[in-house]
Ligand binder design. Sequence first.
Ligand SMILES: C[S@@+](CC[C@H](N)C(=O)[O-])C[C@H]1O[C@@H](n2cnc3c(N)ncnc32)[C@H](O)[C@@H]1O
Ligand code: SF4
Length: 304
Amino acid sequence: MLPRSRAVANPDDVLRFGAVLGDYSAKFGRAVLVSWLGGEPLRWKPAFDVSRVFRVEFGLRVSATTNGTALESESVRRCVAEDFDPLTVSVDGVGPGHDRWRRTTGLYAQLEKNVRRLGELKLERGRSPRLRVNTILMRDNIHDFESLCRAVAGWGADELTFNALGGRDRPEFYAEHCLRPEDVAQFRQSLPGVRERMARLGLTILGSERYLDRLEAFARGEALPVADCRPGQTFLFVDERGMVSPCSYTVEGYGAPLDELRTADDVHRLPERFAASRRAMLAPCFDCPSTQVFGKFAHCETAK
Ligand SMILES: C[S@@+](CC[C@H](N)C(=O)[O-])C[C@H]1O[C@@H](n2cnc3c(N)ncnc32)[C@H](O)[C@@H]1O
Ligand code: SF4
């Protein structure tokens, strides 16, 4: 695993905002999904208690994206099965490929074992969680995409999402491994066939046509500005320091402190507040990197 600096969210602040989101959900009749991203969210000790309160007391849905190491513990698997839906695990390659990217021998085998165990738990319970895999596409692994899908379908994964390697953390790594236009073109051409074959194995590959346009533009180095991303209407990003923003790229600029969001109405007014801020478009908006805006999570038939 790669060493990174850590800042940690305050559980009391998180619980307080969870209660506000619960009120918002009830008052405005909107289902709210809280997704823990991390760092490594299943290594954040309060994650399990907080998630239980979110689901049971506040009526929120909860999910997480994980490297899967914490799933080694049976009690963690039981908590996840009870409170999380979907659970997303990150798989960057098949077998040694995954271990190489994450610089940890045995990680892939451990992940496979634990996802299969979660699948068994799911069968036993006759319900959730939906098991989702997220993979990073790089020039080095994109041509093995179908093998990766086939492997995780065999583990019992229900859904798969993908994103292109981003360059924010490690620009030098990005330069060597990012997708080239020919990689995306080939991927795009093969995707409908892969989707069809994986559907027969029970694996749904998410992502819209527009999302593929986004990947293509990244690879070509062409900017894709977004005139109106409907900020705050369907998605909020909350960072570990307690700032709420329309996406992870605009915390500085559009972010509002959690302290200012005390009631359901405060949350309801956020889209208006963000839309007003966004009249002064920030640099990222001229080449929007936010995958959810382009349909990363969309079912391919419904989102063009
Ligand atoms: C930042 S990770 C955090 C969650 C958790 N630690 C994990 O490994 O899944 C969230 C997702 O972003 C993906 N990711 C990590 N680094 C990335 C990068 N440089 N570009 C694009 N996606 C990346 C991961 O594969 C993972 O699915
Ligand atoms: S970067 Fe994208 S998602 Fe974020 S505020 Fe700008 S247009 Fe919206």
